[in-house]
Write a protein that binds this ligand. Structure first.
Ligand SMILES: NC(=O)c1ccc[n+]([C@@H]2O[C@H](COP(=O)([O-])OP(=O)(O)OC[C@H]3O[C@@H](n4cnc5c(N)ncnc54)[C@H](OP(=O)(O)O)[C@@H]3O)[C@@H](O)[C@H]2O)c1
Length: 240
């Protein structure tokens, strides 16, 4: 397959790229960190193609993506996280998160949807934080809830072109992003586990890929409760 993955310089994206490359697929690897991209392409010189660009910048995306050949699978994984103190709401932080996680995705979609082959696959990286409103995740959760909507609406709109779309909603995964977290992360899994689940979900053509099931199942169950009850339970997770 010809695959493009954003955010392959670290964490989940790096593991996905490594696993697909190890299986013999051609992978367009994306990110701003050129040293990390080069490191991966040196390991798989015949199969890894580097695309060094910033997803926040539409013109940079055009330069990097508009001349690509047809693709069988696109995984828009690049993202970031900043937590918000609601009492000192920081609009700049909110904008940074939404610009990368949501607008960055739209910037890539403009050039990549036309490249996806009939019968191909598009996966958008969200988070299980989109299932319930988690305190301090006002920016991150909002960007991921919007990604969930985007994935679901694209899966309907692109059905005629036979392009399958999936929404990926991991729980906590051990990466440089979550290493920064200062709170307990229940059921945190490794990047190998995450990559296995995502690749198996894509191979099966699933429209929603979420894991670990016990954790995401609890969040999904919580989301079915009346909101007043959700609010009472989730407020207990606030430390101050
Ligand atoms: N780790 C978790 O627990 C977890 C849980 C649920 C969902 N997720 C989602 O999974 C995705 C990957 O997260 P991760 O934990 O693997 O984080 P990570 O290790 O920090 O990796 C983030 C990747 O995104 C890329 N990226 C960030 N901003 C970018 C930009 N402006 N332009 C281009 N690339 C950019 C980074 O590349 P450069 O810095 O080289 O640009 C990096 O390769 C994110 O969307 C995250 O929200 C993670």
């Amino acid at each position: 397959m010809r695959i493009l993955i954003t955010g392959t310089t670290s964490g989940i994206g790096q593991q996905l790229a490594t696993d697909y490359l190890s299986e013999g697929h051609t992978v367009y690897c994306c990110g701003r960190n050129l040293a990390a991209l080069t490191n991966l392409s040196n390991r798989f010189p015949a199969l890894a193609k580097n695309l060094n660009f910033d997803i926040q910048d539409l013109e940079d995306c055009r330069r990097a993506l508009s001349e690509l050949p047809e693709l069988d699978l696109v995984i828009l994984n690049a993202g970031t996280c900043e937590y918000i103190d609601a009492r000192q709401f920081d609009a700049a932080s909110f904008e940074r998160v939404v610009r990368i996680n949501l607008i960055g995705m739209a910037n890539c979609l403009e050039f990549l949807i036309p490249k996806i082959t009939e019968g191909g696959f598009l996966s958008l990286m969200g988070s299980s934080s989109s299932y319930v409103p988690l305190p301090r995740a006002e920016a991150y959760g909002a960007s991921k809830a919007a990604t969930e909507y985007l994935a679901k609406t694209l899966s309907i709109s692109l059905k005629q072109q036979a392009i399958k779309v999936s929404y990926i909603a991991p729980g906590f995964v051990e990466t440089p992003l979550t290493d920064l977290n200062d709170f307990p992360m229940p059921m945190r899994v490794g990047v190998e586990y995450a990559s296995d689940h995502i690749r198996r979900g894509i191979a099966k053509g699933k429209s929603e890929i979420h894991f670990p099931k016990l954790f995401t199942g609890l969040l999904k169950a919580l989301s079915l409760l009346p909101f007043a009850l959700q609010k009472r339970l989730l407020a207990k997770t606030l430390t101050n």
